[in-house]
Design a protein around this ligand. Structure first.
Ligand SMILES: Cc1cc2nc3c(=O)[nH]c(=O)nc-3n(C[C@H](O)[C@H](O)[C@H](O)COP(=O)(O)OP(=O)(O)OC[C@H]3O[C@@H](n4cnc5c(N)ncnc54)[C@H](O)[C@@H]3O)c2cc1C
Length: 599
């Protein structure tokens, strides 16, 4: 590696605010696109004037959940202010690698973690379709389809199908046949174990809603697919790869309900069912450029007031209602409705005794857990062919997944970013910070930033065929580690932005977006949502639910935000009903046979 760079530069408080003025363009485009909602500044101010009393909304947190609730409510004539402590977009933002630009280019782009928009996301795409894109079209037009999802395992590459079809009609049998073909590439795993794994997929897709919520929700995915007693390859290749590719989750920590839902939705999108898009979708530019900045410009034009560097420190309760909020320890905020759109680990300390007395159910939030998953960027002088979509590195201890960004971005990389010599951003998610690496015998938390990069490269090289030659040190221009991670290799190591884990039974502890306090609402990825996984889609759904609850609470009437559910095959309704009857009778799913193929 030649020039090494760290992410040590302090985060600009105004990060995300320094948007290039898209407002005028956004407004013009909105008018041209004939999109819903006010489409000019004068219409926006007319809308502001018309707002009825009892419609002041204070949203705390400017991530996906907070922006969504602001969007839905501003379109319906509410007066919305969003207060954000740190950076717009929250965990789904991109950020500049400060100080790397020369010659009029922009700083190298970095992400808190790469952005994956599976084809079965529906709510967030609906939001994007309602936001004009500067230059024409809508933000949904910024989606690009990944051409493949692949995994490297000890020098072999395996590719999951991007499209598939069922022979005959959709049934458990035809689905099993398709799945068997799809995982044929996984030749390293004993055949009986592959058969067992696929049978468990059929068990899930035919499970009724009761069994999903009351049985599969309460066990880990690792237990569901019985990793104990099976081969190392079964664990590393099928179970681990499957979970990390789809959701960068860990099989022993994620519950079987969440994993099953993601797997079946993935399969249906591969089969082109349910109206879903391509299984692997991403953006054609850094997330702020393609999504957050133009979205906020649109919302600002509609009248949303955005305030950065404002941290909610207290919610006050009087007479069973929120009577006011305090920012930064001193500044009072008054509104009619209060939306807590901060992540779990920030919400829990804000739930003071008065709030918990008014809504004792909120105590359950203390049972939810977070874990670390953060972005690491490798800036390469020359692109390396690792895959034409998202990639997993199976069998490597740090649960690495990546995307080679430049091939999907509309602007030529070296002309747009950095010093002109960088042609690729290999954006990596590192999801296992507590497992020892292969080079230094340390966990990622125990490594220095330089050691993390060495380890990441070593693990990629072990997974990729001819890894030493493909990923040469001399091709690495610089690197970036998510600045949310601080104090690496010291006892003070910390992560300012961990991620909710959908651990076994977590559904039981997750709240709805309404609380027993009539003017307090929740809008973040830990709120119960159909997608049932801490994602941008889940946070968007939570924002919609909070907006609908405020529409109800204010008596505003009118249309509600759409809530788009995951698709289930109507042809399986009979299986669902039968399985729930079996569940009620204490019987297993009809396809759930104990290791039928074990030799
Ligand atoms: C590395 C990584 C990769 C990921 N990849 C994907 C992916 O590919 N696809 C996907 O769908 N999801 C992905 N996710 C998950 C997704 O990013 C999150 O689930 C989603 O963005 C959460 O949105 P949110 O609004 O609930 O919370 P956040 O994004 O955390 O936003 C909450 C905001 O509240 C602010 N805040 C906190 N406390 C206060 C306070 N007291 N006052 C005011 N503001 C406050 C925070 O600064 C933050 O901006 C990924 C997550 C990580 C960590």
């Amino acid at each position: 590696m030649e020039e090494q760079s760290t992410s040590a530069a302090p985060q600009n408080q105004d990060e995300g605010v320094g948007r290039r003025g898209f407002v005028t363009g956004a407004l013009a485009a909105a008018g041209a696109a004939g999109l819903g909602g006010p489409a000019s500044a004068s219409r926006a101010s007319r809308a502001r004037r018309k707002r009825a009393p009892g419609r002041r909304v204070a949203v705390f947190g400017g991530g996906m959940g907070g922006l969504t609730v602001a969007h839905e409510l501003i379109e319906r004539g509410f007066e919305v202010t969003v207060y954000e402590r740190k950076a717009w977009g929250g965990k789904c933002r991109s950020m500049p690698f400060t100080g790397t630009a020369t010659g009029g280019r922009q700083d190298l782009p970095a992400e808190h973690g790469f952005r994956f928009f599976p084809g079965f996301y529906q709510n967030l795409p609906d939001t994007m379709e309602r936001v004009p894109r500067p230059g024409g079209g809508t933000l949904k037009d910024n989606f690009v389809d990944g051409k493949e999802v692949s995994a490297f395992y000890n020098g072999t590459k395996m590719v999951l199908p991007a499209h598939g079809s069922i022979v005959g009609t959709l049934s458990p049998g035809s689905l099993l046949t398709f799945l068997s073909t799809a995982v044929k590439v996984i030749g390293n795993v004993p055949a009986w174990e592959v058969a067992y794994f696929l049978e468990k997929m059929i068990v899930f897709v035919t499970s009724g809603p009761q069994r999903r919520l009351k049985q599969w929700e309460n066990m880990s995915f690792a237990d569901y697919v019985k990793v104990k007693g099976k081969s190392k390859r079964y664990n590393e290749l099928l179970v681990d790869m499957f979970t990390s590719t789809l959701v960068a989750a860990k099989p022993d920590k994620a519950n079987a309900h969440t994993m099953g839902l993601m797997a079946e939705a993935w399969v249906y999108s591969t089969l082109g069912l349910g109206g879903y898009g391509a299984p692997d979708r991403l953006l054609n530019a850094p997330t702020n450029e393609a999504l957050i900045d133009p979205w906020m410009d649109h919302l600002r034009a509609l009248g949303v007031d955005f305030q950065i560097g404002r941290t909610l420190t207290e919610l006050k309760v009087a007479g069973g209602r929120i009577s006011g909020a305090v920012l930064d320890g001193t500044q009072p905020v008054e509104a009619d409705h209060y939306v807590l759109a901060v992540p779990l680990e920030r919400a829990v300390p804000l739930l003071n005794a008065d709030i918990l007395n008014a809504d004792p159910n909120l105590k359950a939030l203390g049972n939810l857990t977070t874990d670390w998953m953060n972005g690491v960027m490798l800036y390469l002088k020359e692109p390396v062919d690792l895959g034409r979509g998202h990639v997993a590195y199976a069998g490597q201890p740090w649960a690495l997944t990546s995307i080679s960004q430049a091939q999907f971005w509309k602007k030529r990389f070296n002309r747009t970013y950095g010093d002109g010599t960088v042609n690729e951003c290999l954006s990596i998610d590192l999801s296992a910070w507590d497992r020892k690496g292969v080079l230094h015998g340390r966990t990622a938390k125990e490594c220095t930033p330089e050691q993390i990069i060495e380890e990441v490269l070593a693990q990629l090289r072990r997974a990729v065929p001819r890894g030493d030659r493909v990923l040469k040190d001399s091709n690495v221009h610089s690197w970036f580690i998510d600045p949310a991670i601080t104090g690496l290799a010291t006892p003070q190591v910390a992560n300012d932005e961990p991620l909710l884990i959908n651990s076994p039974s977590s559904w039981n502890f997750r709240p709805e977006s309404t609380t027993a306090i009539p003017n307090l609402f929740l809008a973040s990825d830990y709120v119960r949502a159909n997608i049932n996984l801490a994602t941008m889609e889940g946070a968007n759904e939570a924002g919609r639910k909070a907006a609908n609850a405020i529409i109800d609470a204010s008596g505003a009437g009118g249309s509600k935000a759409r809530l788009l559910d995951l698709w289930q095959p109507p042809a399986f309704n009979g299986f669902f009903a039968d399985d729930d009857a079996r569940f009620a009778a204490g019987k297993p799913n009809a396809f759930d046979v104990i290791d039928p193929y074990r030799p």
